[in-house]
Ligand binder design. Structure first.
Ligand code: P6P
Length: 337
């Protein structure tokens, strides 16, 4: 089936040659890829691997930890510690930064949400992993959380793996967005989606509608106009999707366009939003922007937000450029029309 397609490893070597850069990023991504392959196998086996159900514990976010949350987190840490490329790691599932023993320390920082959308795992709906790579500041041997607090524009690489009907890894190193599909028989990711781009227009939005009464006016205005369809100011009908797995919703947008919103609202304002900046919003924003889309809090470009803490949350409005530009303009107007 894979024929003579390029593998992810060969693609990364070509990228390294094009960038005339050091090969470390290639080797680091090979370790990330191994973690994603092993998580894919756990997800694929579900209860056969004892991967369903909860641990009866909570993570730093105060969220109930699924068994697969913990197993995926341990796999990411295990696969990425001894490679010699990382100075430290940060995870949604870890209170503080994960240190790397001095003998294995390298020059990059890896941040990850090891299993995004894990509330879906018990009902057999797509989940994913999200990762972001930053440079460790010069002169820092053992990075603290402060050293991770770099805006999204500093990322050298970002990607996600969606564990769906097929397992796909989608990544950018700043030279477009490229997709790879895993061949389970071979245990390798093959290059299947070259230069993924997002259409500037769309008729599809993703938002958790049950939060409508908590939304701010600009979001309510946008959604109500979409719902009004042909009879309303947009003069066209819209469709809605909500998987409740950011990776799955973003992958749909990467495939056919769309709008994804987890905006600021009265329900999440106290925490600053729902989604985490460092290992959800920033990596997804890098990918979306590299594919020609836009990613905003509604009031500023997400990748320019200066992080203040490791598990900081932000409002997220991302996707097809012309629609996000419209939503941002509604925020700048501030009021409903
Ligand atoms: P809600 C999953 O828990 C997640 O972090 C994202 O993947 C997803 O988009 C969102 O939360 C779903 O939130 O409130 O709809 O359950």
């Amino acid at each position: 089936m894979s024929g003579y397609r390029t593998t992810l490893t060969h693609f990364l070597i070509e990228e390294q040659r094009r960038r005339q850069g050091e090969g470390v990023l290639t080797l680091l991504l090979a370790d990330v890829m191994t973690a994603c392959k092993r998580i894919s196998d756990l997800v694929d086996h579900g209860e056969l691997a004892g991967a369903l159900g909860t641990m009866g514990t909570e993570n730093v976010q105060g969220e109930v930890q699924k068994k697969l949350d913990v197993q995926s987190n341990e796999l990411f840490k295990f696969c990425n510690t001894i490679g010699g490329h990382l100075a430290g790691m940060a995870s949604e599932e870890e209170d503080d930064v994960v240190t790397v023993p001095a003998e294995y320390r390298g020059r990059y920082l890896l941040l990850f949400d090891p299993l995004d959308g894990s509330s879906n795992i018990d009902v057999n709906v797509s989940v994913g992993s999200i990762f972001s790579i930053l440079r460790c500041p010069d002169g820092i041997e053992q990075p603290t959380a402060e050293d991770f607090l770099q805006p999204g524009v500093e990322q050298v690489c970002a990607g996600y793996t969606v564990y769906g009907p097929s397992t796909m890894l989608v990544l950018t190193t700043g030279n477009g967005v490229h997709g790879f599909t895993m061949d389970r028989n071979v245990g390798e990711f093959f290059y299947t989606h070259e230069n993924m781009t997002i259409p500037a227009d769309t008729q599809e939005f993703a938002i958790n509608m049950s939060n409508m009464r908590h939304w701010e006016a600009p979001v309510r205005r946008y959604i109500e106009e979409c719902l009004a369809g042909k009879t309303g100011p947009r003069e066209k009908d819209f469709n809605m999707r909500w998987v409740a797995s950011m990776v799955a919703d973003v992958h749909r947008i990467m495939t056919r366009g769309g709008v994804f919103m987890y905006p600021m609202c009265d329900k999440t304002r106290e925490k600053g939003g729902k989604l985490r900046l460092m290992y959800e919003a920033n990596p997804m924003s890098f990918i979306i922007e590299q594919a020609g889309g836009v990613s905003s809090t509604g009031r500023e470009r997400i990748m320019e937000v200066q992080p203040k803490e490791l598990h900081q949350r932000v409002p997220v409005i991302l996707g097809s450029k012309n629609e996000i530009d419209r939503i941002v303009s509604y925020h700048s107007e501030g009021t409903e029309k």
